[in-house]
Design a protein around this ligand. Structure first.
Ligand SMILES: [Zn+2]
Length: 90
């Protein structure tokens, strides 16, 4: 189980995704523009399922999208489902 990230670590990853990776301050799922402080880090593969805290596994998301996904492997809206994450079976 990965360690919880500190706020400082989360902010650093948020900045990396928004600026260096070019995602901008936008929810990855619903494309809503949000202030930096209102964006959360959402795990593509939930940490409860072995997902890491590496930036490759993290995306910026609004609270609603992050919350509605919970520990699901899938985005809140199936339109955004990524085939790379669509593992069959358990
Ligand atoms: Zn959203």
């Amino acid at each position: 189980m990965p360690k919880q990230m500190t706020k400082k670590q989360k902010d650093a990853v948020k900045r990396l995704l928004a600026n260096d990776w070019g995602f901008g301050l936008v929810c990855f799922w619903c494309r809503q523009d949000l202030p930096f402080e209102q964006l959360t880090l959402d795990h593509l593969l939930p940490s409860s399922k072995g997902g890491s805290n590496n930036p490759e596994n993290l995306r910026l998301a609004c609270c609603q999208c992050n919350g509605s996904r919970g520990n699901s492997l899938f985005p809140p809206d199936q339109r955004y489902r990524s085939s790379s994450l669509n593992k069959s079976g358990k």
